[in-house]
Write a new protein. Structure first.
Length: 202
């Protein structure tokens, strides 16, 4: 009986070790493809919001924790400023910034977007890189119609309205998706707050 218990224990241990090894191997194999796919999504978003740029490079002084604190101090406590890129022309001259911001106040989950801002403070627009909002409702914040309300404007902060916008600073919410609309709008505002903190705009 004792020998059988020891035998069974050895078998279970061997199975656990092999399973752990295989899981680790699969993780290592898939790690780089996943990272590459994420980089491709990010680069596509950068080009969408700064199509005139020739390349993008990390903004070296950037610190996510400090940038997020700036957003919090500006009143956007549900937003995380994740990253900052400098948009460069073909000669390597800065044209503006691409800021990546995550809102934690989506109706279903976090919403991450990248927003392009010229050096003089004009918002080119934004592109969502991660969103799980309700299809046909909240995910309409990805639609050209909603996104176009932000583009080409030099605004300090946007506000959401359920009625047609009466000024450039107002964003008309997607019908039935005010929470998603506000999440995106506040994420953009958080990015603008950080942009101003590094001397951006006029």
């Amino acid at each position: 009986m004792k020998n059988k218990i020891v035998h069974d224990a050895c078998i279970l241990t061997a199975i656990t070790v092999v399973a752990g090894f295989l899981l680790g191997l699969v993780h290592e194999i898939t790690l780089e493809p996943i990272a590459a796919a994420k980089r491709a999504i990010e680069q596509a978003a950068y080009k969408e919001v700064f199509s005139e740029a020739d390349s993008f490079e990390a903004y070296e002084p950037f610190d996510s924790e400090a940038a997020t604190q700036i957003a919090i101090d500006a009143g956007y406590e549900n937003d995380i400023v994740d990253a900052a890129q400098v948009a460069l022309d073909a000669s390597g001259n800065p044209m503006g910034y691409v800021l990546t911001v995550t809102s934690t106040e989506g109706s279903q989950a976090n919403i991450t977007l990248s927003m392009g801002i010229t050096t003089d403070g004009v918002l080119n627009g934004y592109a969502t890189t991660s969103i799980s909002e309700t299809p046909g409702l909240g995910d309409k914040v990805k639609s050209p119609e909603f996104k176009s309300q932000f583009a080409g404007k030099d605004i300090e902060a946007y506000t959401v309205t359920k009625t047609p916008a009466a000024s450039d600073s107002e964003i008309e919410a997607v019908s039935g998706a005010t929470i998603s609309s506000r999440a995106v709008t506040n994420a953009v505002n958080a990015g603008l707050a950080y942009f101003r903190s590094i001397g951006g705009g006029n």
